[in-house]
Design a protein around this ligand. Structure first.
Ligand code: DX5
Ligand code: ZN
Length: 216
């Protein structure tokens, strides 16, 4: 299991220090939440912050685009240092084109689904992608509560990927904490995003370590 702290919840005035602390605690991927004030109500980070994260760590950087017209911004995020990028199926009409472009540019391609979006929408694109991001809260803000029906959705997606012998891994994002991380991993999540539970109280090193301990 790969733990991916979301820097949206970090102290952005001390981004390099926050990332370094999370890394000491065992984080293996840095998750960057990009919001445009249209697809989701909130407005957050852009390529400049990805570049700053790139300078701060050698960990891979995972960019979660919660934006409309994502295809216009892919290259800016790739040039800023993204190693994987996910786009929302609800926001991108020409998904195949985006996924192919990411592949050509050597970036891992992910497709993100809101809680109410059924996994059946992945039928055609699933063989082409590197990961599926299942939102376990409605995207827009850190610090929300995990939606319990997500567990069964993770299991069903796990089964669908296994039965077709596909390579896609499952990422989960939203409301993950020490109380539910083991359940999401047992359900089949392989990449776990943690915002508030990694950064909002005390030392991120200790918080990240506690999340990993909770899975053992
Ligand atoms: C929500 C974002 C998440 C969020 C996670 O829209 O995509 O990545 O930052 O934060 P927590 O773990 O606090 O829900
Ligand atoms: Zn996210």
């Amino acid at each position: 299991m790969i733990l991916a702290p979301s820097i949206l919840a970090a102290d952005l005035g001390h981004l390099a220090g926050a990332i370094a602390a999370a890394e000491r605690g065992g984080a293996r991927l840095v998750h960057v939440d990009v919001m445009d004030g249209h697809f989701v109500p909130n407005l957050t980070l852009g390529p400049a912050v990805v570049e700053a994260a790139r300078r701060a760590t050698r960990l891979p950087i995972d960019v979660h685009l919660m934006i409309e017209n994502a295809e216009r911004y892919l290259d800016a995020f790739i040039e800023a240092g993204a190693t994987s990028i996910s786009v929302h199926v609800e926001a991108v009409p020409h998904l195949e084109r985006v996924v192919a472009h990411l592949g050509h540019r050597g970036v891992l391609a992910g497709v993100a689904l809101n809680p109410a979006t059924p996994i059946g929408v992945l039928e055609e694109i699933l063989p082409e992608i590197d990961f599926v991001l299942l939102m376990t809260v409605n995207p827009g803000f850190a610090g929300q509560t995990f939606l319990p029906p997500s567990l069964d959705k993770i299991r069903r997606l796990r089964t669908a990927i296994a039965s077709r012998e596909l390579r896609a891994s499952i990422q989960v994002d939203g409301g993950i904490n020490t109380g539910n991380i083991r359940a999401v991993v047992e359900a089949g999540a392989e990449i776990v995003v943690a915002g508030s539970s990694a950064f909002s109280k005390g030392d991120p090193e200790t918080s990240v370590r506690a999340l990993l301990e909770a899975v053992r």
